[in-house]
Design a protein around this ligand. Structure first.
Ligand SMILES: [Zn+2]
Length: 433
C-alpha cells in the first residue's frame, strides 16, 4: 500500500468511554475546529486544526463547513436479506416471520439475487453513515458469499453468518444440524479474518433449531477463539412462552443458549427486551452483548428495552436497526426512537450516551474497540461527515442551538440519511451525498 496522508477539517467529536461509567463530561473529546489526519487507512492524529496544521507540510486538507465529523456508526444487529421487506404491515414477531420473512429469504437461494441485494444493502448502510454491522444472511451459504464479496470490494469491516434453522420453518428454508455445521465451517474457512471480515455463527433463534443443531453451533463457536455468535433473545412474550414449551428442562430462554455453550465473548443477542436480573447477571459475567433495536421493538410491538437495567448489571449494549423489522437504516433514527423508548419508561437518554451507543459502545459490544469506535491513534479511519445544514429545518435549528449537547441531540432527533454528507471506510470515501 502506498504511503498516503490526508487531513479532514471540521468540528470533530468522538467518544472516549461510557458516560454511565465515567460521567458525561469525561466521556467524549471535541474539537470545535478540528483536524483528523489519516495515514494508510488509519487514524494518525486528531486535534485542534491550529495545533496540527503547522506540522503538516504538503498534506492535502479537505475542509467541511458547518459539519461534524464522528466515527462511523456501528449497527450490532441487522438482516440483509430483509432489505426489500422493510416496512411490511401489521404483524407481531411470529406471524411476521411466517407472513413476510420466510418467503422473502427464500429468494436468496439464487446467488445473483443475493449479490444484487447485498449491493443495495451496503450502499444503504453507507448512505446512513454505518461502516460496521453484524449481519444475518439467509439459510443459504451463497447468501453469505454474496455479502462478503460485496463488503470486501469496499474494504468494509463487516461481520456476517449463514442462518442455522432446522425446524419450525418452511421446508424450503431449513438446513440440517450437520449441513448447517458443515456449510458454516466452509464459510469460516473462506472468509473469517480475511481482510476486515469476520464470521458469526448464526442460529436464527432457539425455536428454529433442534437441540442437535444448537449443540453443533456451540461446538463451532468454541472451535475458533475469535468467532462471533449472533442470535435473537427474549424479544416477544409469545416467543418466550414458545421457547419454554420447546425446552421445558431449561430454566429460561438465555439458559437454552447457555446450555449449548452459545454465550460468551463475541456473542451478541438481539433485543433482550424481557430479561430478568439473573439473565442480565449471566450476560455480564460471560462478556456477552445485547443489541438494543428500538425501531424494531416499537414496530413489532415487542416492548420497551430497559437500557438502565442492563447498564447496572454491566452488560455490553450496542445499538441495532434490525432491518427489516426495524424501520430505518439510520442510526440517528434509531437514537431518535431509543430516546422515546426511554421517555416512555420515565428515563433519560443523554445525547453523549447516544453517541457512545452508536459508535464506541457498539465497538465494545463487538470486541472491536481496539480497531474502531473512536479516533484513537492507529484505529481504522472509518468516519462520517454530518451536515449541519442537511435540511432547512436542521439548518435553522442549529442556528438556535447554544451548546454542543443541544446540537448533538437535535441531530439525533432530526437527522437521517440526508444528514450524512460523506462516509469513509479505512480512509477511502465510500459514499458522497
Ligand atoms: Zn433480527
Amino acid at each position: 500500500m502506498t504511503n498516503t496522508v490526508k487531513a479532514y477539517r471540521a468540528a470533530i467529536l468522538h467518544s472516549l468511554a461510557d458516560p454511565a461509567v465515567v460521567g458525561v463530561e469525561q466521556s467524549y473529546e471535541y474539537f470545535e475546529d478540528g483536524l483528523l489526519v489519516v495515514e494508510d487507512g488509519r487514524i494518525a492524529q486528531v486535534g485542534h486544526a491550529a495545533d496540527l496544521l503547522p506540522t503538516l507540510k504538503g498534506v492535502e486538507v479537505v475542509e467541511y463547513r458547518d459539519a461534524l465529523i464522528t466515527p462511523g456508526f456501528i449497527d450490532t444487529h441487522i438482516h440483509y436479506p430483509q432489505t426489500g421487506m422493510i416496512a411490511s404491515y401489521g404483524e407481531q414477531l411470529l406471524d411476521w416471520l411466517n407472513t413476510y420473512t420466510f418467503p422473502t429469504e427464500r429468494q436468496f437461494e439464487d446467488k445473483a439475487h443475493a449479490s444484487d441485494v447485498a449491493g443495495i444493502f451496503l450502499k444503504e448502510l453507507l448512505r446512513n453513515g454505518t461502516t460496521t454491522a453484524l449481519v444475518f444472511g439467509s439459510v443459504h451459504k451463497q447468501s453469505v458469499d454474496a455479502f462478503f464479496e460485496a463488503a470486501q470490494a469496499l474494504n468494509l469491516r463487516m461481520i456476517a453468518g449463514k442462518v442455522l434453522m432446522d425446524r419450525n420453518a418452511p421446508d424450503y428454508l431449513t438446513d440440517t444440524a450437520e449441513s448447517g455445521y458443515a456449510d458454516s465451517k466452509e464459510l469460516i474457512e473462506r472468509w473469517h479474518g480475511k481482510g476486515r471480515l469476520h464470521y458469526a455463527v448464526t442460529p436464527r433463534f432457539a425455536p428454529t433449531s433442534t437441540p442437535e443443531q444448537l449443540s453443533l453451533a456451540g461446538k463451532l463457536y468454541q472451535e475458533y477463539p475469535d468467532l462471533y455468535m449472533h442470535t435473537h433473545l427474549s424479544e416477544n412474550r409469545q416467543e418466550i412462552e414458545w421457547v419454554k414449551a420447546l425446552f421445558p428442562e431449561r430454566s429460561g430462554y438465555l439458559d437454552v443458549y447457555d446450555h449449548y455453550q452459545l454465550i460468551g465473548a463475541r456473542s451478541v443477542f438481539a433485543h433482550g427486551v424481557h430479561l430478568c436480573d439473573e439473565e442480565c447477571r449471566r450476560l455480564a459475567e460471560t462478556g456477552s452483548a445485547v443489541a438494543f433495536c428500538p425501531t424494531s421493538n416499537l414496530f413489532l410491538g415487542s416492548g420497551l428495552f430497559d437500557l438502565n437495567k442492563l447498564e447496572q448489571h454491566g452488560v455490553r449494549v450496542g445499538l441495532g436497526t434490525d432491518v427489516g423489522a426495524g424501520t430505518s437504516f439510520s442510526q440517528l433514527q434509531s437514537l431518535n426512537e431509543a430516546y422515546k423508548v426511554m421517555q416512555l419508561q420515565g428515563k433519560k437518554l443523554d445525547p453523549f450516551k447516544s453517541l457512545y451507543l452508536a459508535t464506541l459502545g457498539g465497538a465494545q459490544a463487538l470486541y472491536l474497540d481496539d480497531k474502531i469506535g473512536n479516533f484513537a491513534i492507529g484505529k481504522d479511519a472509518d468516519f462520517v461527515v454530518l451536515d449541519y445544514r442537511a435540511t432547512p429545518l436542521i439548518a435553522y435549528r442549529m442556528q438556535q442551538a447554544k451548546s454542543l449537547a443541544e446540537k448533538l441531540f437535535a441531530l439525533t432527533m432530526l437527522g437521517d440519511d440526508r444528514t450524512v454528507q460523506e462516509t469513509f471506510a479505512a480512509g477511502q470515501s465510500v459514499h458522497r451525498r
